[in-house]
Design a protein around this ligand. Structure first.
Ligand code: SAH
Length: 248
């Protein structure tokens, strides 16, 4: 079981697989006023940076589930590196339908809401693992500027404008689901650059090491086109944030 190999190639050097920076991840951890011993569940935990750094900085106990074997291995190594391997556990597997045995104080899905079939479904899934007065964390894109045409939306790698909401619409949607938005940390264009531009050097170095790989042509094509596509579309039109929610 794994995610498509292209992501394991282009994001192999990423510690954070989203436009949030290490500084903003730390800001979020502080903003949530996490108490030592709080259980944090993370569906689509990637390379584990959120759980590992919050275990180090706030003494949380974490469980992460991720479908990428590579990212899950990297997460375990990161836990050892930060000296928190006794407090965080990483499971390689499909997080769809995953419900924790022990209720969590924080249940998160940061940039992987397809796991629950969209934002509403993911919130519903996370809620099943959440203790009373727990916090749900959702990381999600939105339109920073509404694309003027469907072509621009496709340039942002969306299928259509209707794939995402504007920030006011996204905030309102949490209310309609019965949740208070109690905190948020927003990515910015520098954060997008760290996520997107970091892929380009990774792709270039990978191509030099793997010229005959079956994905070499695809990676070559992406490296050629991605910087231009990204600055024309994603960097201008897409916002991204992590929203902390508590049931009303
Ligand atoms: N939350 C992490 C990773 C976000 S990228 C971070 O912010 O760094 C999305 C992640 O979802 C990837 O790590 C990918 O491997 C994982 N993923 C995709 N489908 C999944 C599934 N069905 N179950 C668990 N993880 C999944």
């Amino acid at each position: 079981m794994d995610i498509p190999r292209i992501f394991n190639i282009t994001e192999s050097a990423h510690r954070i697989h989203n436009p949030i920076t290490p500084e903003k991840l730390a800001t979020l951890g502080a903003a949530l006023r996490l108490k030592p011993g709080t259980r944090v569940l993370d569906l689509g935990s990637g390379s584990g940076e959120m759980l590992c750094t919050w275990a180090r900085d706030h003494g949380i106990i974490g469980t992460g589930i991720d479908m990428s074997q590579l990212f899950s291995e990297q997460a375990k190594l990161r836990a050892e590196e930060l000296g928190v391997a006794d407090r965080v556990e990483f499971i390689h597997g499909d997080a769809a339908g995953y419900v924790a045995d022990e209720k969590a104080g924080v249940a998160a899905c940061v940039g992987a809401s397809w796991i629950g079939g969209g934002v509403a479904g993911t919130i519903g899934l996370l809620a099943k693992s959440l203790g009373a007065n727990g916090i749900i964390l959702i990381g999600e894109p939105y339109w920073r500027q509404l694309p003027p045409t469907e072509e621009v939306a496709r340039g942002c790698l969306a299928h259509s404008i209707s794939d995402f909401l504007t920030l006011p619409e996204l905030i309102a949607s949490f209310g309609h689901l019965g949740y208070d938005v109690v905190e948020m940390v927003q990515a910015d264009q520098d954060g997008w650059d760290r996520y997107e531009a970091a892929k380009w050097l990774t792709m270039r170095l990978w191509l030099e090491a793997n010229p005959d790989d079956e994905l070499a042509q695809e990676v070559r094509a992406q490296l050629t086109s991605e910087p231009g596509r990204y600055v024309t579309y994603t960097r201008e039109y897409l916002g991204w944030g992590v929203f902390a929610l508590m049931a009303r």
